[in-house]
Design a protein around this ligand. Structure first.
Ligand code: NOJ
Ligand code: CA
Length: 691
């Protein structure tokens, strides 16, 4: 008996040591245990963490801390006084609109309490959550003596890569995200070179830093993406690059007084997030950023995802103008009615009208833009009420436009009246714009003051049942979960750059990169669907740098609950490919990323809500490729008619961009489809149940 007991004890000891060897630290792990995080303090009391994935270090020892203006010493001398573990295995939550119906929110969490061992004995908490698709952590600053009203000079959160990872990045611009992505080694990041290259309406790049989401591939082939979740009453975070130590450190967006932010305790910072994946496509699937935001504060059933046209592209290619004085005014009653008719005929639910209100003669100036727009006074050739009523009679809603010209105080003063007018007219969506340098001078688009301005618009709009599609916005940090009226935004180089950018527009690798970077933050209003690829005869020096078939595929690849149909009516008329735009869904039950590599290609399928229809979009960079699709996503036992819109044999984004072919085949879940993607090309497929 004794022998058996000793033997069991021995086995238990051996097992325990094996476990210890296997899991040398078990502070926090993801539910599937693939991600492990250690959080501790150094001998000097500096908090740090590191992260392992499948046993490999992906984030090496990285210190955490702040510099407050009141500090007389460094952020050290802390001891851990408590660790509180939590575990969540909840029912999935439901998205009111989105790229899928339900979202799983399982994680293991830990709250670490840090206390200074010397005067003034401040207490700070760190909260970590480990999901199967990454980790998030934030600082919690409780209210206490010596930690009340704080001026933040710096947040020093490190992400120590230690390896020279491949990185897809845009510069850490404090004013705009509308840059092309660079693909370099971490050690080769040189964001400062964009200070001279940009030529944007607003730009400020003070450090060799990158904006988030920033995506990486490690030497072991893992994918990492760094971002933030729930950016509330705090500056946006850029990541300063140490090209020697191969480390990123948070560099908050400040103002011209060298102050980064003001906080009042109790306060929780935004979550700092690291998405971790085996496959690039898994980054797109991840819903961690949304999970780290609070549940919805209100019902948004009054918002219906939709396709929309615009009196818009005309202005970007120069055939019309926003202002009345030019003599080429686009927003006229007559022109709007023409577009409403076309929308109604083609099942497009809404029309955006830009340049409808007075003030556009002065919107582009230095710092004299305060008070030029009032958001309620139409130009004399635009009968707002008549246009709205005409639209209603045809089932087409007008989308309001508020270009603030980066004078947010003027906008804030007018919000109540502007939103009341929208309510009176029965308009539920507004596109906002913030072009130019922020007034007051010294503030930047991505700083705390502006983060609060964008939030003010969102909360006031929510109270009036109004949804916002913001251009020149603060980046998306998953806030659409809490404020589901934050339907879409720009915050990237959109299609408009192809119309006028002197650098030739967005190259073919732009969108295959954006899908794995900017798109991880949330929906974006890219405005796909230009058919007049060469912009003839209006823009001899500009063009769209994709094939026409790729323009179709973008309706599936890009996620946004409002998808524009931007080209001029005459460019859609008589085009068989337009049928795909008529058919494609905008609200989804399910999304699957079939395959993809950052900057190279991506193939996504989505199932439309409340139907059995599936849609596929596949896009490639400048390389031609053949892609094999296994239709196993389709419902078993159902037959589908697949209409395949693909690049013709000799199609090419530059030499032959508009040559496409349409094939129809019957398929079921066991079928395979082979796709030919031309250089800069794409393929779009609609699958409708045949019986
Ligand atoms: C910039 C926006 O991105 C664009 O879509 C809009 O037409 C102009 N601002 C004018 O508001
Ligand atoms: Ca823009």
């Amino acid at each position: 008996m004794k022998k058996v007991y000793l033997l069991s004890l021995l086995i238990a000891i051996i097992l325990a040591s094996c476990l210890l060897l296997l899991f040398p630290f078990n502070n926090l792990s993801s539910p599937d245990r693939a991600i492990r995080v250690k959080i501790d303090v150094t001998d000097d009391g500096i908090p740090y963490y590191f992260v392992k994935y499948h046993g490999t270090t992906v984030i090496d020892t990285s210190y955490l801390g702040f510099k407050f203006s009141s500090d007389t010493k460094a952020f050290s001398g802390f001891e851990i006084t408590d660790r509180g573990y939590s575990l969540q295995r909840d029912e999935p939550w439901e998205m009111p609109w989105g790229e899928q119906r339900t979202v799983e929110d399982d994680y293991n969490g830990m709250k670490v309490v840090l206390r200074e061992t010397e005067e003034p004995f401040r207490t700070i908490k760190l909260e970590f959550k480990a999901y199967n698709d990454g980790i998030g952590f934030r600082y919690i600053l409780p209210e206490q003596e010596g930690l009340r009203d704080l001026i933040i000079l710096d947040e020093n959160t490190e992400f120590n890569l230690k390896e020279d990872n491949e990185v897809w990045w845009i510069p850490g611009d404090w004013d705009i995200y509308e840059h092309l992505y660079s693909h370099t080694k971490l050690s080769e990041i040189d964001a400062l070179k964009f200070q001279v290259l940009s030529g944007l309406a607003q730009t400020y790049i003070p450090y060799n830093a990158v904006n988030t989401p920033v995506t990486m591939k490690t030497k072991d082939g893992y994918y990492l993406s760094f971002h933030e979740a729930n950016l509330t009453d705090y500056p946006g975070m850029t990541l300063k690059v140490d090209t020697i130590k191969l480390k990123l450190t948070s560099e908050l967006v400040g103002n011209s007084n060298d102050i980064k932010g003001f906080i009042k305790t109790p306060f929780k910072t935004p979550w700092r997030t690291i998405q971790i994946a085996d496959k690039a496509g898994d980054l797109i699937k991840s819903k961690m950023i949304l999970n780290l935001n609070e549940p919805a504060k209100f019902d948004v059933s009054w918002f219906k995802p939709t396709k929309y046209m615009g009196i818009w592209w005309d202005m970007h290619i120069g055939t019309k103008s926003w202002d009345y004085a030019s003599g080429r005014h686009g927003a006229t009653t007559e022109y709007a009615k023409k577009y409403i008719d076309f929308c109604a005929e083609n099942g497009i639910g809404a029309l955006l009208v830009e340049g409808w209100n007075t003030g556009w003669e002065h919107w582009f100036g230095d710092f004299d833009r305060e008070g030029i727009f009032d958001f309620v006074t139409p130009y004399p050739d635009y009968d707002l009420k008549e246009v709205v009523a005409y639209g209603k009679s045809k089932g087409v809603e007008i989308i309001m436009h508020h270009e603030t010209s980066a004078a947010p105080r003027t906008y804030a003063e007018q919000m109540d009246t502007a939103y009341a007018l929208m309510n009176e007219l029965g308009i539920s969506t507004v596109k906002t714009g913030y072009v130019g340098k922020i007034i007051p001078k010294g503030e930047y688009h991505h700083g705390q003051w502006m983060v609060n301005q964008y939030r003010l618009a969102l909360t006031k709009a929510a109270a009036a049942n109004i949804a916002i599609n913001a251009h020149e916005p603060i980046k998306d940090t998953g806030i659409r979960r809490t404020y589901p009226n934050a339907i879409s935004r720009e915050g990237m180089r959109g299609q408009e750059f192809n119309a006028w950018s002197p650098d030739g527009g967005n190259p073919p690798n732009h969108l295959p990169t954006v899908a794995f970077t900017r798109m991880l933050a949330g929906p974006f209003d890219f405005t796909p669907g230009i058919f007049n690829i060469k912009l003839k005869p209006y823009k001899p020096n500009n063009q769209i740098n994709t094939t026409l078939a790729q323009q179709l595929a973008l309706y599936v690849v890009i996620y946004s609950p409002v998808q524009m149909v931007p080209d001029l009516i005459e460019n859609y008329e008589g085009q068989p490919a337009f049928q795909f735009i008529r058919d494609v869904g905008v609200d989804w039950d399910e999304t699957r990323v079939l395959d993809g590599e950052v900057g190279e290609f991506v193939t996504i399928v989505r199932k439309e809500r409340d139907t059995d229809n599936w849609f596929l979009g596949s896009i490639t960079n400048e390389d031609q490729r053949r892609i094999n699709i296994n239709c196993d996503f389709l419902n078993k036992g159902k037959k589908y008619t697949a209409t395949i819109y693909s690049d013709a044999k000799d199609a090419h984004w530059d030499k032959n961009p508009t040559d496409y072919q349409i094939d129809t085949v019957e398929v079921y879940h066991r079928s395979d489809i082979s796709l030919n993607l031309a250089p800069g090309g794409g393929c779009a497929i609609s699958f409708f149940p045949s019986d």
